[in-house]
Design a protein around this ligand. Structure first.
Ligand code: GLN
Length: 596
């Protein structure tokens, strides 16, 4: 963001191409009718499909809000913050992109209005506009176009798929649509527009209504942008009659209206798109010769089949968190990468994961009732911030440790596991994290000096240890066995660390730091030896951010295998009992996320 913005040359995007390379193509994905209908999954799936046809593809997410990045946003409002290798804090859709493309994305692949405006304003302050009046058009629009072009270059791609956040009719995303429109005017053969729209089926009518989609297409046309393809999201498939109705009203051929009903697994979407010839239609729209999918698509298809986990071997996982109070939808959004990581590793371990949300607050106080825990084969405490639910989480962790229930702590989950160990094994009364009480007697989790400075200055944006860092692994540990390696790289997002002052004491007490920074100063993975506990392990980083459907994360897989082993111990309790159990604050989200 700080980099100097190069001048946008007139005609830089005017379709200049060398003889060797085919012109770069752009596909814009825009939402119609309402948000939250799966634009991100549609864009990701087009990415998978075109990659499967042998193209180099890049995916860009455009977020119209003024936040410079997603780091300061509350997960209950905006869903998970997804961190890239670079440390850039982005929208959860970037996680989908990485999972569907099976590769790491870069800063060039994400932009917010805040980022764009900041770049233009910084440049204006630096006299970068030579005394001119700086305006939304052309300056903001051109900066957006420069970023589109830059992303294509960084990725050396043939085709860019650019998802414009929000919905047609929003005020906020208009500048991005204008940039896309300008691009289309300058290179008409190289730009395609897809509208992902919603078709309601009002329960009173029991009939699918096409009017809102027609209106959205007409509204987009009023901005000068003609829709080439409509992806019709609905609860049920679109029938031929409505396909034709939309086609006639929206000026496109019926086969360019793609039915995209709700399905059980998002990983089937690229396969369904291929079935509906979306790839061929796109080639035609972009004036490219048609291509067949390559053999690599077979791996995706195999995974998509497998991930639906038709096995009867259920493994019940309790996810202990606090972003549950606003309903299942928010839950699945706040922890989307964790839930997906579990799904991939369940497949790898040959089991079907049944997730139970556990509200940490239900386990606060002196005598919490752990009866429901007998049914869990594994417990996860994911990342989190702040005080609420902390004592409940610590109680749950203690219960998992003492009862040998497989436990996996992610970031905050690792810090709390260390505090629990300090309090109840080392006897350090009042062990705490500085995040909650900086004056506690034993700050086993403390802030690192450089972060302290930033926070003291009130500079919370990007004030954490962010992005990918290397770790070395200890010989003979669970972590090393899981990874099958001695050195790994993982993504971080946290302000606090295990305090170097307590490391020796924790080690002597029996906690194994099986992963550390290469210089040995920062504790990256903590675990209990296998002989003491089947799986009691926490990571200071977020392994879920690097879990991909085609490469499940080894630590999640090791955890799922340990949880699977526990199902053999709990033989007397059937899975049905577990489902019917009175789980405090818990609900099964199996139907939404893991249904067959
Ligand atoms: N709140 C903790 C910290 O800032 C953990 C952060 C997290 O779980 N992502 O260090």
């Amino acid at each position: 963001m700080k980099k100097k913005t190069p001048k946008t040359k007139k005609g830089a995007l005017a379709g200049k191409t060398s003889k060797k390379r085919a012109p770069h193509k752009y596909i814009f994905v825009i939402g119609g009718v309402m948000s939250g209908v799966g634009k991100g999954i549609a864009s990701s799936s087009i990415g998978t499909l075109l990659s499967a046809k042998g193209f180099q593809v890049n995916l860009v997410k455009v977020d119209p809000y003024l936040n410079v990045d997603a780091g300061t946003m509350n997960p209950t409002e905006h869903g998970e913050v997804f961190v890239l290798n670079s440390g850039l804090e982005t929208d959860q859709d970037m996680g989908n992109y990485e999972r569907f493309l099976n590769r790491d994305l870069t800063d060039a692949d994400y932009m917010t209005s805040g980022m764009v405006y900041k770049a233009v304003i910084d440049r204006e302050r630096a006299l970068g506009y030579g005394g001119k009046c700086v305006e939304a058009i052309p300056h903001i629009r051109d900066e957006v176009m420069r970023r589109f072009e830059h992303a294509a270059k960084v990725n050396k791609s043939d085709i860019s798929i650019i998802e414009i956040g929000g919905t047609v009719g929003d005020y906020q995303n208009i500048m991005f649509i204008e940039a896309a429109r300008t691009l289309k005017i300058r290179r008409p053969q190289d730009v395609a527009f897809i509208m992902v729209s919603y078709l309601p089926v009002p329960s009173k009518l029991g009939e699918m209504k096409t009017r809102p989609t027609q209106n959205a297409v007409h509204q987009l046309a009023s901005y000068g942008v003609n829709t080439d393809i409509i992806i019709a999201r609905a609860e049920i498939p679109l029938d031929q009659k409505r396909k034709e109705k939309i086609a006639t009203a929206c000026n496109i051929l019926p086969e360019r209206v793609i039915s995209a009903p709700d399905i059980k697994s998002i990983y089937d979407v690229p396969i369904n798109f291929e079935h509906d010839h979306l790839g061929d239609i796109l080639m035609e729209t972009l004036h490219m010769p048609a291509r067949k999918t390559t053999a690599s698509f077979q791996a995706w298809k195999k995974m998509a089949r497998g991930i639906k986990n038709n096995t009867k071997h259920e493994v019940h996982i309790g996810v202990v968190g606090k972003y549950f109070n606003t309903g299942d939808f928010i839950l699945s959004d706040s922890y989307i990468s964790v839930l997906e990581a579990i799904k991939f590793s369940a497949y790898a371990a040959g089991v079907k994961a049944v997730i139970h949300t556990v509200n940490a607050r239900d386990f606060e106080g002196k005598n919490p009732n752990y009866a429901s825990f007998d049914k869990y084969n594994g417990i996860i405490v994911p990342g989190g911030f702040g005080e609420s639910g902390i004592e409940g989480k610590l109680n749950v962790i203690r219960h998992a440790r003492e009862n040998k229930i497989p436990y996996f702590g992610l970031c905050y989950g690792m810090q709390l596991m260390t505090i629990e160990f300090a309090r109840n094994v080392l006897g350090l009364k009042g062990a705490q994290t500085a995040e909650i009480n900086p004056r506690a007697p034993h700050l086993v989790i403390d802030i690192m000096p450089d972060q302290k400075k930033k926070v003291a200055e009130g500079n919370y944006g990007a004030s954490m240890r962010l992005g990918v860092y290397p770790a070395k692994l200890g010989k003979g540990t669970i972590a090393e066995a899981a990874y099958g390696a001695q050195a790994v790289k993982e993504r971080h997002r946290h302000r606090y660390e295990v305090s170097p002052k307590y490391v020796d004491q924790l080690r002597k007490g029996g906690l194994v730091f099986s992963g550390t920074s290469p210089d040995g100063v920062l504790m990256e993975i903590a675990e209990l030896p296998r002989e003491q506990h089947p799986f009691f392990l926490g990571t200071q980083f977020h392994p879920e951010l690097l879990a991909r459907p085609l490469s499940p994360h080894p630590l999640f897989t090791a955890f799922m295998k340990a949880a699977k082993d526990r199902t053999k111990i709990i033989v007397s309790k059937s899975a049905d009992d577990a489902m019917a159990a009175n789980i405090p604050g818990g609900i099964s989200i199996e139907k939404e996320l893991f249904a067959e």
